[in-house]
Design a protein around this ligand. Structure first.
Ligand SMILES: *Cc1c(COP(=O)(O)O)cnc(C)c1O
Length: 403
C-alpha cells in the first residue's frame, strides 16, 4: 500500500489520514467490552484499507495478542515485515488447494481448516517442514459459507486432525466459527449458531482436542453478545471505529472513533452559467449561475460510482453533494456561488465531529455498507499516519496492556 508517513501537511492531491491513536483507543474499548477474552485484530485486506502493517503494530501496542487475515499471503507478508513480535499469533482462514502451507508452517502461522483436503495438504507440509502445523478447525454453525458442516463431516475432520496431532504433524490450537446475523441482535440464527458451536466444540473436546482458543465473535458480537466471547474475540470493522451496522448504534455509542479521514485538494473552481451540464451523461444540470468545484478522486480511488448525485463532501464548512456522475479520477460538486481557492480541502468522510460526513453517510448514499466504503479506498490514495506511537515498533506484545 502506498504510504506517506510523517507528511501530514504536504499538499497532496488526496490523502487518507489514519489516526493510530484512535485505533489504539478502539482496541482498548473493545477489550473493555470483552474483558475475559483475548483480542484478535482482524487486519485482512490491508486492515480494511487502513494499512495492515501500521495498524497491526498499533493494535498490538494496545493489547491485541492475535492478528487475523483472510489469505495466507496477507499473513506471510505481515510476519515477514517484522511489524509485530514473534509471540503475536497470526491466523489466516481463506485457503485454496496448493496454497503456501509449508511457508505458513515454517513462519509459525496458525491456519484454519474447513475440510479434509486442507488437512491432507497441511500434514504433507508439516512433514516437509519437519515441524507441526498450528491448525484451527472451523465449524460451519449456520453461516453457510466457509467452515466444516456438523455431523459426519465434522466427526471425520476432528478424528483425522486428532490422529495427525498424535503423530506430531499438527497441533489443534483453536476451534472456531463465524456468525451470519450477529449485527441483528435477537435474530434466531444467533442463538442457534451459539448452541451448535457449543455442541461442535464439546464433540471435539470429548474426543481429546485441547484448543488454546475457542472463538466466534466478530465486531457486532464483541459489542453486543457477551455469551459469544469465549476465549477470543475477532473484531475487524470496530477496530477502525466504524459501527458494524447503523441499526446497532453509532461508533460513539460503543466508545469507538473512526480512524480514517479521506480528503482531497480542490483541483479547480470555476463559474458557470445556469443550464450547464456536469460530468458524463449530463445527469446534473446547474439550476442557475453557480460555481463548480473539482474533487480529484474517482471510482478508481474507491469512490463509489453508485454515489453519483448523492455523496456528501464538506468544503469551507458546508456540506456539498456530488453533482452528476463520479468519474474514474474525479467528480464535481456544485458550490452554489462560493469561490474557495483551488487547493481548499474537501473532506469526504472522517470521524464526523468537525462537521464532516462519515463513511456511514457515504454508505447510505451509495446503497452499501461502511465496510465497503473504507476497504475500497485505492492504493493511489496515500495513507498518512498520524499519532503513531514512537515506541510501537519496539514494544513487546503486551507492552501497554495496563494503560
Ligand atoms: C472479516 C472477518 C471478521 C471480522 O468481522 P467484522 O464484522 O469486521 O468484525 C471476523 N472473522 C472472520 C472469519 C472474518 O472473515
Amino acid at each position: 500500500m502506498s504510504t506517506t508517513a510523517h507528511l501530514p501537511t504536504a499538499p497532496l492531491r488526496a490523502r487518507a489520514e489514519i489516526d493510530l491513536a484512535a485505533l489504539r483507543a478502539n482496541v482498548r474499548a473493545l477489550r473493555a467490552h470483552a474483558p475475559g477474552a483475548a483480542l484478535m485484530a482482524v487486519v485482512k485486506s490491508e486492515a480494511y484499507g487502513h494499512g495492515a502493517v501500521p495498524c497491526a503494530r498499533a493494535a498490538v501496542a494496545a493489547g491485541a495478542t492475535w492478528l487475523g487475515t483472510a489469505t495466507p499471503e496477507e499473513a506471510l507478508v505481515l510476519r515477514a515485515s517484522g511489524a509485530v513480535p514473534a509471540d503475536v499469533r497470526i491466523l489466516c482462514w481463506l485457503w485454496t488447494p496448493g496454497g503456501p502451507w509449508r511457508e505458513a508452517v515454517e513462519a509459525g502461522i496458525d491456519v484454519s481448516l474447513s475440510g479434509m483436503w486442507a488437512l491432507r495438504e497441511v500434514t504433507a507440509a508439516a512433514r516437509l517442514a519437519g515441524a507441526p502445523a498450528r491448525v484451527q478447525l472451523k465449524a460451519d454453525t449456520g453461516l453457510g459459507r466457509n467452515g466444516c458442516p456438523p455431523g459426519r463431516d465434522w466427526e471425520e475432520l476432528v478424528g483425522a486432525a486428532l490422529r495427525a496431532e498424535r503423530e506430531g504433524l499438527v497441533r489443534i490450537t483453536g476451534l472456531w466459527s463465524h456468525f451470519a446475523c450477529a449485527d441483528e441482535p435477537g435474530h434466531p440464527s444467533v442463538a442457534a449458531q451459539l448452541a451448535l458451536f457449543r455442541e461442535m466444540v464439546a464433540y471435539a473436546e470429548d474426543r481429546g482436542a485441547r484448543p488454546e482458543v475457542r472463538h466466534i465473535a466478530n465486531s457486532p458480537a464483541t459489542l453486543t453478545l457477551p455469551e459469544a466471547h469465549f476465549d477470543l474475540v475477532r473484531p475487524g470493522i470496530a477496530l477502525y471505529g466504524v459501527s458494524p451496522s447503523p441499526e446497532l448504534g453509532t461508533p460513539a455509542d460503543f466508545g469507538l472513533r473512526p480512524v480514517m479521514t479521506l480528503s482531497a485538494s480542490l483541483a479547480l473552481v470555476k463559474q458557470v452559467p445556469g443550464g450547464h451540464g456536469v460530468s458524463y451523461g449530463h445527469h446534473y444540470t446547474t439550476p442557475g449561475e453557480t460555481t463548480l468545484g473539482l474533487v480529484p478522486l474517482g471510482y478508481a480511488d474507491g469512490i463509489p460510482r453508485h454515489a453519483s448525485g448523492a455523496g456528501p463532501v464538506l468544503i469551507g464548512g458546508k456540506w456539498r453533494t456530488v453533482a452528476g456522475r463520479v468519474a474514474m479520477d474525479q467528480f464535481v460538486v456544485d458550490l452554489g456561488g462560493d469561490e474557495p481557492a483551488p487547493g481548499e480541502q474537501a473532506v469526504l468522510f472522517g470521524p464526523g465531529d468537525r462537521g464532516e460526513p462519515t463513511a456511514e453517510d457515504w454508505a447510505q448514499a451509495a446503497g452499501t455498507i461502511a465496510y465497503e466504503i473504507v476497504t475500497r479506498i485505492g492504493t493511489r490514495v496515500p495513507r498518512v499516519y498520524v499519532n503513531e506511537d514512537p515506541h510501537e515498533g519496539a514494544r513487546p506484545a503486551h507492552g501497554d496492556a495496563g494503560r
